[in-house]
Design a protein around this ligand. Sequence first.
Ligand code: SF4
Length: 352
Amino acid sequence: MQKQHIIGLSKEELIAVLENLGEKPFRAKQIWQWIYFKGARTFDEMTNLSKELRQKLNDCFILSRPKIISEQISKDKTHKWLLEFDDGERVETVYIPELDRGAVCISSQVGCAMGCKFCLTGTQKLTRNLTAGEIVSQFMVARDAYGEWPSPTLQTRYLSNIVMMGMGEPLQNEENVIKALNILSDGDGIAISRRRITMSTCGIAPKICSVLEKTGVRLAISLHAPNNEIRNSLMPINKVYPIEQILAQAQKYQQKDGSRYVTFEYLMLDGINDSPTQAKELVALLKKHKIRATFNLIPFNPWAGSDFKPSTDQKVKAFADILNKAGFAAPVRTARGGDISAACGQLKSKNK
Ligand code: SF4
């Protein structure tokens, strides 16, 4: 029998495989806690299991992390890992610390097929989807590095949030993403609250609501433009699912729960989407669709081969002021990890 990875099995799947091995369901709960609550890295350390069961687990499963090929820590303490999976494929994962908490930005695919013009990942062709286990284990590598095992209480966590904003478009890999997010938020294990997990999409409209319903996580949309004309020029996917279709889904998502805000990611590109007129157009667009939203205004991080330039601080401020006056929070995100190419849109795991 070929060994399978145990990280990435859902609770139900774990119960079923253990039943096949002649074990009671409560054993699955114990194993789950060892892996996801205590961070065990071998079956042999699971001391409340019999030797016989530990041997069975060793015979049937692999319990391992992806290989760390390199890691870098930037001046502002942003931490980036280049991770390699069994087949040699690689992704990048980033931890962005704040004072007493922080977010781990995880990847969902090797490369990306969406080809957003401002994004370095988009220049790396899609190789494959990540499995649920490969998505979850990125977070586990980060926890290993900060010694956050067993899962700490919420107040004492440095790795407090998860953003699915790394390499790839999560909604192109929705089955594995749903499974992974449900493992990451499971209260018996890693236990990151669903409200502290954000999934960011470039706008695969028909899949937005179903994935959010199945996971309960928060929604962020990479908008980056106030109209279809500009968005078409930046994001090829907009020609398939234009802004109106995406906003209709965002509205539907909010109708289920009035407290949900949608975050719109908006990259500030000099002379492209950053004028006061465009800010007003954006306000009118969201008011028309009655969407409660916050914006993240993101400074563009230049990369070799890209013609885009970052907007000036003055322009960003003027843009933010217009959004604020219209009632939308619009914090300007500080560029993080730029010196180690860990900032938004800078992740790439291949040199060609
Ligand atoms: S912004 Fe996201 S969806 Fe677009 S190319 Fe980059 S990784 Fe892919």
